[in-house]
Design a protein around this ligand. Structure first.
Ligand SMILES: [Zn+2]
Length: 65
């Protein structure tokens, strides 16, 4: 069982973490919105729930607007 958790890859697996960074709370509908690239270390992935996406017109990461 070699799990490499050293690098945060905001793709498969982490999408269902259930956290919305916009209202700073848990959510069952949170999806990845954007990834903040950082010079060193893992980037920060931001997730938003459905209501927050509607309010702020956020587009899920990787989808054409
Ligand atoms: Zn939210």
């Amino acid at each position: 069982m070699a799990e490499t958790t050293g690098t945060a890859t905001p793709e498969a697996g982490s999408a269902a973490n259930g956290w919305c960074h916009w209202h700073q709370g848990t959510s069952g509908t949170a999806v990845l919105i954007t990834v903040i690239e950082q010079g060193s270390g893992p980037g920060a992935a931001l997730y938003a729930c459905a209501p927050c996406r509607e309010q702020r017109r956020l587009v899920p990461y990787g989808k054409p607007s």
